[in-house]
Design a protein around this ligand. Structure first.
Ligand SMILES: *Cc1c(COP(=O)(O)O)cnc(C)c1O
Length: 219
């Protein structure tokens, strides 16, 4: 049996060390445990070990898990417009907004009785063809449009850089700072996975999305 509590301890310690090395407060880095494809029992083991936030990639899977278990649910995968309604009232966060239509549908489908859905724009920071995310030079315009939707609130930026793109996290931080200087009030920089979250924290990540290091490899 995989020891989720022990794995979480190791990841939390690595986050604390990376934050300390960067002169940052570890409390300013939120760990999102990416539970995609993993059974609910492992989510429950993580919850029992004090984990609060969970990440899912598939709309249906987030819907099913969130109906069975209350937690802070973050949708982080590619989102087709015909799947938005599965998560609009189930997720607390959507990190993977890559076009206005998705934000608009989420805002329309989100119950006005719930707090607004927290959203991030996914940035194609390594400028890869056919890759998810908005080109860097279109982010400010999309941010301005998202801000006009009532039931979503733009919290920040997310990326999955190309593995060999050494400066990607720093470019994300620069973009994040530029947007805030331009009047956006962003407080979420969602970057870093099992293999690179320390580098992301060094560059200013506020949310790291870690799956394998907590739940083991996926088939
Ligand atoms: C799967 C996934 C993760 C977690 O990846 P690991 O390498 O298992 O830590 C993080 N972010 C996104 C968008 C993912 O799809």
């Amino acid at each position: 049996m995989i020891d989720i509590a022990a794995n979480l301890d190791v990841v939390r310690q690595r986050i604390a060390t990376a934050a300390a090395n960067a002169g940052r407060n570890p409390a300013d880095v939120t760990l999102i445990a990416v539970s995609k494809t993993k059974p609910l029992a492992l989510v429950e083991a993580a919850l029992a070990a004090g984990q609060i936030s969970f990440g899912e990639n598939y709309a249906q899977e987030l819907q099913e898990k969130s109906q069975q278990q209350a937690a802070d649910w973050h949708f982080i995968g590619p989102l087709q417009s015909n799947k938005t309604k599965l998560i609009a009232n189930q997720a607390q966060w959507v990190h993977s907004i890559d076009r206005l239509k998705i934000a608009q549908r989420l805002s329309d489908q989100r119950s006005a009785e719930l707090p607004p859905l927290n959203v991030c724009i996914q940035v194609n920071i390594s400028d890869e063809p056919q890759k998810a995310g908005v080109p860097v030079n279109e982010v400010a315009e999309l941010a301005a449009q998202i801000k006009r939707r009532p039931n979503v609130v733009l919290r920040g930026l997310m990326c999955i850089p190309k593995p060999d793109d050494a400066g990607a996290f720093e470019r994300m931080r620069d973009l994040f700072e530029q947007l805030n200087e331009g009047g956006c009030q962003l407080d979420c920089l969602s970057m870093g996975m099992s293999s690179d979250f320390e580098a992301a924290i060094a560059a200013g990540a506020t949310h790291v999305r870690v799956g394998t290091a907590i739940f083991g490899s996926r088939k």
